[in-house]
Design a protein. Structure first.
Length: 429
């Protein structure tokens, strides 16, 4: 018996999706060969027939949202539907059996769809986003009811996250028992090329052989200037300046663009003059990144939010990874066992409320006064420098944890099982 191939549209490069993470390597690591499924990144042309189709879908979504009780304000419905992007929806692959979205439900929802998320805050894009949710009462935001309607609709076949928090709290946030059966947790897996994996394995025994300590800080894959600040780059420099004055054999490698548009061009000159600091401002390939990770003794990502992929890659390479106490980090780092957690972010730049919604403000890290966080970071870096045996112990435990609990095979097999669970409804469509 021939099994029909399920065609999965993966429209991450459509204009309206690119601004919200686009073709990101985290969900991208799920794209693989699964029997009975094909993934297509192609986009339909935004021509007259597809624009007409998208407009019909938009009208259907308006009618559906108008059926909510109490009836929403018409202008709020229009704003929400328009935010899905008419051209973007016209370009989302049609026909196909399923759309694979990530970050936010940026769809009209006529074609069956699944969604990957990290934190639930992104569900409400573009109305609520990271860094601007500190004072948001999410259940009073019009988009809250609209997103709930979309998630509960038959077209939404499933939502999955690599955070247990998002799985557990999605039904709580929306006060919806119906969503409990739709949301899934799949542990995130990491993958390197075969050559990089071989290099990582072979060089574990020689780690820490050089005198002194090399710290590594990297920007996000996007290399946005603001990400330097949000990942704790300013705090890292401040802490390292104090550290290198006290211990001349410490080194810092920074793979990042610099926020000169925020701090000014003098900031670049200042950074280049810091002793023992190597600045790499161009993008690095995956193999070059692995080389940096294997050169370093400690990885620094004391950010205001979670950067799960960076954390797990560092841990797999056998590095003690220094994170902040930002919500979500606790799912990957256990203090003093698989990494180091520096206090000072939770409750100041990020915190969960009783519904599991993430409140965030980036204002403190962009202010000229950085507070005491860099002092706490200095203390963590100093102790790691002075205790090489502790570095090696934590790094080895981190590597073993990732090899046991975050294998790429398990990440993909979990996704495959989810697809197979949904398959009967897709075959019947």
């Amino acid at each position: 018996m021939t099994v029909r191939e399920i065609r999965v549209g993966t429209p991450w490069n459509a204009p309206g999706l690119q601004r919200f993470n686009g073709d990101h390597p985290l969900p991208g690591s799920l794209i693989a060969d699964y029997p009975g499924y094909s993934f297509d990144f192609a986009l339909s042309p935004a021509d007259a027939p597809n624009i007409h189709r998208a407009q019909e879908e938009a009208n259907a979504l308006r009618r559906d949202l108008s059926g909510l009780t109490p009836m929403p304000v018409a202008a709020d419905i229009d704003e929400f539907v328009v935010s899905r992007g008419l051209q973007t929806q016209a370009m989302m692959l049609a026909p196909c059996d399923l759309h694979f979205l990530h970050t936010a439900p940026l769809t009209h929802g006529r074609t069956p769809w699944i969604l990957h998320i990290e934190e639930m805050i992104t569900l409400f894009a573009p109305f609520v986003w990271h860094g601007i949710s500190a004072n948001v009462e999410i259940r009073k935001v019009p988009a809250y009811r609209f997103v709930r309607r979309m998630l509960e609709s038959p077209s939404c076949r499933g939502v999955f996250s690599h955070l247990t928090h998002s799985r557990d709290f999605l039904p709580v946030l929306f006060d919806s028992e119906a969503l409990a059966g739709k949301v899934h947790h799949i542990p995130l897996g990491v993958e390197f090329s075969s050559a990089a994996t071989k290099k990582i394995n072979e060089r574990q025994a020689s780690r820490g052989g050089m005198p002194g300590t090399t710290f590594l800080f990297t920007n996000s894959w996007s290399q946005h200037e603001s990400s330097f600040v949000l990942r704790g780059g300013s705090d890292v420099i401040r802490a390292f300046i104090d550290l290198v004055q006290k211990y001349p054999d410490v080194r810092l490698i920074m793979l990042t663009s610099l926020p000169v548009s925020h701090y000014g061009e003098d900031f670049r000159r200042f950074v280049r003059q810091v002793p023992n600091l190597t600045l790499i401002e161009q993008r690095a390939s995956d193999d070059e990144l692995v080389e940096l990770l294997m050169t370093a003794d400690v990885f620094l990502v004391p950010s205001v939010g979670l950067h799960a992929l960076s954390i797990l890659r560092s841990m797999y390479c056998g590095l003690p990874t220094v994170v902040s106490d930002a919500p979500g980090n606790e799912e990957f780092i256990e203090h003093e066992k698989t990494g180091i957690v520096v206090p000072g972010r939770r409750g100041k730049t990020a915190w969960y409320d009783e519904t599991g919604f993430l409140h965030q403000t980036f204002e403190p890290v962009f202010s000229k006064e950085l507070g005491d966080f860099s002092g706490s970071l200095f203390q963590a870096m100093e102790r790691l420098h002075l205790e090489p045996g502790r570095r090696r112990r934590i790094g080895a435990a981190a590597r073993e944890h990732v090899r046991r609990h975050h294998r790429i095979e398990d990440w993909r097999s979990g996704f495959n099982r989810l697809l197979d669970t949904l398959r009967p409804t897709l075959d019947a469509a």
